[in-house]
Design a protein around this ligand. Structure first.
Ligand code: 5AD
Ligand code: SF4
Length: 524
């Protein structure tokens, strides 16, 4: 081990020790600091950048749940005859936050538009997970400048995960002063008041809370479509994988109460939704922060009794995926047998420095347990290549794990250092060509495995939840099977929103072609 490696190893050791030690002293110190962490409009003087040590010393039970949300009286009509547009980057959590912001703006009288030129309010709901996600947003900010110059009354806001980063806020303050407001992920419910401030203030309105907020129930939502719906079950993440910015941008784990979630799902079922996806950054940690003994398995056990055809959940963390959940999922019914189970790497050593808290072997054991009771379950995953120090051999372990598990698809990423995370302090010592080459090889394997999985469907009949016209041909409808396979087939438009049997005639790498089963006089 050379000097540099020794230093890095020590850092990892320190980091792991740190995760474990949350002494009372530190908690008390944090308690006293909390009020300072509320970043007000005069952001620069009080702003605290994402701080690993501080973030890890979070308090458990200081989250309140509010049921009394309402739009301030004076803001209820402010959007009359005006339009809004929200551009969303990143994950489903962001997509769902956009639905909430669309709900707030609609309740203020605004109407939705797809055209930036006619928008009175433009919001960029941003993602910070990788550098290229951030670059896209800065590109879009650049495009908005001429529009703002043409229409100075237009309000442009930047929100979402990037707003939680000090460097991003500074860059916007310095280089893009035409932006009217910046707000974070913990204060979405403050949008009406922030908008009002932005309209009447000459300065940029910046309100980013470093400390995570309370849980605000009963926020209005305008959902995208009336077939599938997202339901938040928890917010934040306490896992602190060493590469990941999410625990800083989304704050600590906070679970919604089971009764609030169940009520929302029941309501969606009554409205005719065919599918819900339960959302959280690490859904398997659901309930850990509640004051009673209740987990994701218990929640799924309740939700499976609700009359809604399909229930999914994302994203899982292998470490917290417990036997109770497996036992409940095995009962099937509306709980679909597709599990997205991010593995990140096939090497136990890489997993250790990623602080994933499981090994290749324990991941495989979890897969074995799942397959034992759900033999036909589809497994998909997320993988990062080119993590600092990842050797060729370690990368090969990812390739063999990919085959061994038989993942039917995978989201694959080149490691991207994120400021403020432990891994960003280590040397990013894998050359870009090597990372790209690894990614290419991995993607080739992912495509092969996807194609093989698709081919097994040829000649079989699958149930497809029809979502709408296919992107390429309006004469063709498309939708997804329970195991999340995209199916294209010809059928009357009246089938949109229904679950119908389709016979698969042709398998492609990422989709299936089929024919509506003829005797479908009545749809399922
Ligand atoms: N670099 C590359 N990929 C990342 N992910 C999270 N953080 C990073 C990063 N810094 C990937 C992980 C995660 C998915 C949502 O994004 O695979 O599961
Ligand atoms: Fe990020 Fe997921 Fe790890 Fe949480 S569990 S730190 S969201 S990769």
């Amino acid at each position: 081990m050379n000097e540099k490696q020794r230093k890095e190893a020590n850092e990892i050791k320190e980091y792991s020790a740190d995760v474990k030690s949350e002494s009372n002293n530190n908690l008390n110190r944090l308690k006293n600091m909390e009020s300072d962490e509320l970043i007000g409009k005069y952001f620069q003087s009080t702003y605290q950048p994402p701080n690993l040590k501080k973030a890890k010393k979070r308090l458990k039970k200081d989250v309140d749940i509010h049921y009394d949300f309402s739009i301030p009286e004076e803001m209820k009509e402010i959007g009359k005859d005006k339009k809004f547009l929200i551009r969303t980057y990143g994950c489903q959590m962001n997509e769902h936050d956009t639905e909430v912001m669309a709900g707030l703006l609609t309740d203020m009288g605004y109407q939705i538009t797809e055209d930036t030129k006619e928008a009175d309010v433009v919001l960029l709901n941003t993602c910070a997970i990788r550098e290229n996600a951030e670059n896209k947003v800065f590109g879009e900010i650049g495009h908005l400048k001429p529009l703002k110059l043409e229409n100075p009354d237009m309000i442009i806001g930047v929100c979402g995960c990037m707003s939680q980063e000090e460097s991003v806020v500074n860059r916007i303050l310095q280089k893009h002063p035409f932006i009217d407001m910046i707000f974070g992920t913990h204060n979405i419910h403050r949008l009406p008041s922030l908008l009002k401030e932005a309209m009447f203030s000459k300065a940029m309105v910046v309100e980013v809370w470093s400390k995570e907020g309370d849980i605000i129930e009963n926020l209005p939502k305008v959902r995208k479509g009336n077939i599938k719906a997202w339901v938040n079950i928890m917010y934040g993440c306490d896992k602190f994988c060493t590469y990941c910015i999410v625990p800083y941008t989304r704050g600590k784990e906070r679970s919604r109460l089971p009764e609030d979630i169940i009520q929302e799902v029941r309501h969606l079922a009554a409205q005719g939704y065919q599918e819900v996806t339960l959302l959280g950054q690490n859904v398997n940690a659901y309930g850990k922060d509640l004051e009673f003994d209740y987990g994701l398995g218990d929640l799924m056990d309740e939700i499976r009794k609700i009359d809604i055809p399909r229930v999914r959940f994302t994203t899982s963390h292998p470490r917290d995926f417990d036997d109770r959940l497996i036992e409940v999922l095995a009962q099937g019914g509306n709980l679909v047998d597709h599990i997205h189970l991010p593995v990140q790497s096939g090497s136990s050593e890489v997993l250790r420095i990623m602080a994933r808290r499981y090994t290749r072997e324990s991941y495989l054991e979890l897969v074995r347990k799942i397959r034992e009771v759900m033999p036909n379950a589809t497994l998909t995953t997320d993988i990062i290549v080119g993590f600092p120090n990842e050797t060729d051999e370690q990368f090969e372990e990812t390739m063999t794990l990919m085959r061994e598990v038989g993942f039917e698809s995978a989201y694959t990423f080149i490691y991207s250092p994120r400021e403020g995370t432990p891994a960003a302090r280590w040397e990013d010592n894998i050359p870009m060509e090597v990372k790209k080459e690894r990614l290419q090889r991995l993607n080739k394997l992912v495509n092969e495995q996807s194609k093989q999985a698709m081919e097994k469907y040829e000649g079989t009949i699958v149930n497809v939840l029809v979502e709408g016209e296919s992107k390429k041909d309006p004469e063709v409808l498309s939708g997804y099977t329970e195991r999340n396979k995209l199916v294209n087939f010809r059928a009357p438009k009246s089938f949109i929103g229904k679950i119908v049997p389709v016979k698969i005639t042709n398998a492609k790498t990422w989709s299936l072609d089929g024919e509506l089963v003829e005797e479908t006089s009545e749809v399922l």
